[in-house]
Design a protein around this ligand. Sequence first.
Ligand SMILES: *Cc1c(COP(=O)(O)O)cnc(C)c1O
Length: 517
Amino acid sequence: MTDPAGRKPSTERGDASAASADGATRGLVHEEPLLFEQGARGRTGASLPPAPAGLDPAQEIPAALLRPSLEGLPELSELEVVRHFTRLSTWNHGIDTGFYPLGSCTMKYNPRSSEALARLPGFADLHPLAPPELAQGALELMHQLERALSEIAGFDATTLAPAAGAHGELCGLMIVRAWHASRGNPRKKILVPDTAHGTNPASSALNGYAVVQLASGPDGRLTPEAVRAAMDEDVAAIMITNPNTLGIFEGHVAEIAAIVHARGGLVYGDGANMNALLGVARPGDMGFDVMQYNLHKTFATPHGGGGPGSGPVAVKAALAPFLPLPVVVKEGATYRLVTDARERPQTIGRLREFWGNFGMFVRAWALLREYGPEGVRATGELAVLNANYLRARLRDTFHLPYEADSLHEVVFDDQRQQASGVSTMDVAKALIDHGFHPPTIYFPLVVHGALMIEPTETESKETLDGFVAAMREIAERARTDPEALRAAPLLPFRGRLDETRAARKPVLRWRPGMKVE
Ligand SMILES: *Cc1c(COP(=O)(O)O)cnc(C)c1O
């Protein structure tokens, strides 16, 4: 079998060594063997002086400290090590390499101006224990960001402490529990719709709450009836993602909030999808009491390997006394950090060491200052426009499980491809051969074979058109050559892995002489 360019697919390429001419490079992208298969005995990355005469290091190390199991460790030159990791890095796909339409993850471009500001020595080198008098600029920035985030989502106060979205959920639900406890009863249950991100039930359980799952209606939305039926005085809160993970606006949210409030419950907003609402609608105005942001989604701070996340939590005034420490306060023209619980007796305490992922605050602040209110609004509008563009251009090729208008993301499924035996997994893998990162697949769980596509506002029409062309071509091949599609991807050095085996029998420890397939 050959790939579209007439080359041998990687699945048939037996020899992975760099010495083999066939398959050793693809253009200037290099195949890369394991470190264990490279180097030579005695090779080293550092120039060390020879051992003093008469001293044999092997003799000097006490037998108890010798580790024979380490025998066979690779010995390489500095250049070999540098090339190894640099080459591997070229196999990776990131937002700076190409389109990354991972639904629910909002993989958008992180502007270099934000990066440059976060690297200013006054921010980057500031010691977390520097006295506040010497950190006024940093505290002012935190205070301004806190105010901006409160305003954008319609809340009264915001903590910047949580390190990611899930950490924000944990924090928000700790606040919910503390608020109920202060009124005499922490309650027992959290209501979570079936479209929710998996972190929602996990955060509920971590806070000691039982999870009650709510089925969404036939249009993908949560219904007031389902909430009314499940709501009682044991329910501490409902967790709602709006727009939900189908990319659909929860149109009944105000009515649902009223039902929950009437029986003493609180409404938690999973704000990871705030991109869709920016500058257009505010969760605080819809009846939400507490919500986490994901700065690494909505405000273009790096994701995953690119840097730590940040999950600020915004609350209504009644919940503000429970916010975690530290709290930045402005007194006259100076800024101060409240770190002592005696000053905030109802605080849930500290979530982590120091003040949060400060470098992310600088990046998000810089983006907000650069965009201003109009730019923030344009972000939301373009994110929605881009998702609807993909929806309109792909709807005749891929099946739409829900007809409701999309906000920032659109969910297709593999219903039309199933007849030829092609699944969502095959479509996702085939996109790699076209140079696109696969979208989120098989989530949300309510859609069988879901393909969840989120283009974000940072992609151009040309990129979206290229993606549409690739998706159409894949759909066409599903009809004409399903066998080839099921073998995709063919172009990367590593083809399709046996995912079950990779998960069940991972090779995590290399032994001398072991051949890794
Ligand atoms: C990403 C996401 C989360 C979790 O955020 P992390 O920063 O990955 O912990 C929670 N809910 C939704 C809807 C998300 O998309």
